[in-house]
Design a protein around this ligand. Structure first.
Ligand code: PMP
Length: 399
């Protein structure tokens, strides 16, 4: 039997808009195109020789375990290591039981949604936010509500009014998903003041915060503000990933939460993959205990800071005066505001077709498809030598 559109689950219709984005990104994979679209790490940050030494040790000493199933919440030594390091970095008192190792941050989001959301439950997000998070919440049939961010982060007054408005109609949000540090897509980092206000509001209205820490370690200027988790350990679930501090190919991330909730997430995980990739977990652990993760983060920061600065310098030279952006102090992205009447989706098609260059248009990052006059540039993956040419081409389309 051939599966027809009419046979699909209702959720497939809700997910259709994500497909449009991947279709366009596929056009950007043409080798003639200079892509400033995808948020991939720079391949030069992977220290292949050191990683091979760790891989050799795993293979030699633990090959048979590494090819077998592992414990549902993760390889115990890796959980211990994550608990110790996250505890130290975020000034939290953590045990191994507070950690679930996942197949990347995306699976972590999926498990959180699976365990907490019934159809029609309300979820709060930032506007804009990570498009894959919107995809996951849509898959579970959530009603998504958004609160805008500005240069200092999430707007606490807008959050307060939104929470009151929802309260009046009996729609208490099940969770609020936020990316306070070096956000994807906007590059914004919430100030410490904003963090304290949002944590307080969430506490007052009894809303669980889900904090995505994906880029938080990639800090280019100055100290980074405290995590929400460190400000309110009980009311925040933290999601982190090895994708930007090691490599996304291992597909490993983790959740920090209290042991009961970790158990609930583990139950959901029985239906996704039972346990995260055992070989990858043992590799990352061997690499990590040599101090290599911290060394890799330090080296990555140098590379990305330089690429960010090159991209901004090129933007100053090639972009029309009517465009605006804020220099991100970490992460992978520069978020550009265009004049109100400009349609970034139409511009993107022209950029690919006429200038052989690509970025991501604004609307997929907004729950309601608004944000037409924004675009996201990524400086992480494009080779340094092609940054200026890529920006000059985008500049031509903008002009
Ligand atoms: N959160 C955000 C904000 C991201 O940008 C990403 C990666 N693009 C992730 C989570 C998760 O990625 P992964 O599944 O590779 O850990």
């Amino acid at each position: 039997m051939a599966i027809q559109t009419t046979d699909r689950a209702r959720r497939m219709k809700r997910l259709a808009s994500s497909r449009a984005v991947t279709d366009i990104l596929r056009l950007a994979e043409n080798p003639d195109v200079i892509s400033l679209a995808g948020g991939l790490p720079d391949p030069s940050v992977f220290p292949l020789d050191r990683i091979r030494e760790s891989m050799d040790r795993v293979w030699r000493d633990q090959g048979r375990e590494a090819l077998n199933y592992g414990p549902n919440p993760g390889f115990s030594k890796l959980r211990d290591w994550i608990a110790e390091r996250t505890g130290r970095n975020e000034t939290l008192d953590l045990e191994s039981d507070d950690i679930l190792v996942t197949s990347g941050g995306v699976e972590a989001l999926n498990l959180v949604a699976m365990s907490l959301l019934d159809e029609d439950d309300t979820v709060l997000v930032e506007a804009p936010t990570y498009m894959v998070a919107l995809h996951v919440f849509r898959a579970y049939g959530a009603r998504i509500e958004a609160v805008p961010i500005d240069d200092e982060g999430l707007d606490p007054d807008a959050l307060d009014s939104k929470l009151r408005e929802l309260d009046r109609v009996g729609r208490k949000p099940r969770l609020m998903y936020v990316i306070p540090s070096y956000q994807n897509p906007s590059g914004r980092t919430w100030t410490e003041g904003r963090r304290r206000k949002v944590v307080e509001l969430a506490h007052t209205h009894d809303v669980l915060l889900v904090e995505d820490h994906a880029y938080a370690e990639l800090t280019y200027d100055g100290p980074r503000p405290p995590s929400l988790k460190s400000l309110s350990p009980e009311n925040v679930v933290l999601i982190h990933t090895f994708s930007k501090i090691f490599g996304p190919g291992v597909r490993l991330g983790w959740v920090v939460a209290e042991p009961f909730f970790i158990g609930q997430l583990g139950l959901c995980k029985l239906g996704t993959d039972q346990c995260a990739n055992t070989l990858a977990q043992r590799l990352v652990y061997e690499y990590a205990i040599q101090g290599q993760i911290d060394a890799q983060v330090a080296a990555s920061i140098q590379i990305y800071r330089r690429k960010r600065d090159l991209m901004e310098a090129a933007m100053k030279k090639h972009f029309p005066r009517e465009t605006a952006w804020a220099l991100p102090s970490g992460g992978f992205f520069i978020w550009v505001r265009l004049p109100e009447h400009v349609d970034s989706e139409a511009l993107l098609l022209r950029a690919i077709d006429e200038q052989k260059t690509a970025f991501v248009a604004g609307p997929p990052f907004f729950h309601d498809g608004s944000g037409k006059n924004f675009l996201r540039l990524s400086f992480s993956f494009v080779p340094e030598a092609m940054i200026e040419e890529g920006i000059a081409r985008v500049g031509k389309v903008l002009a």
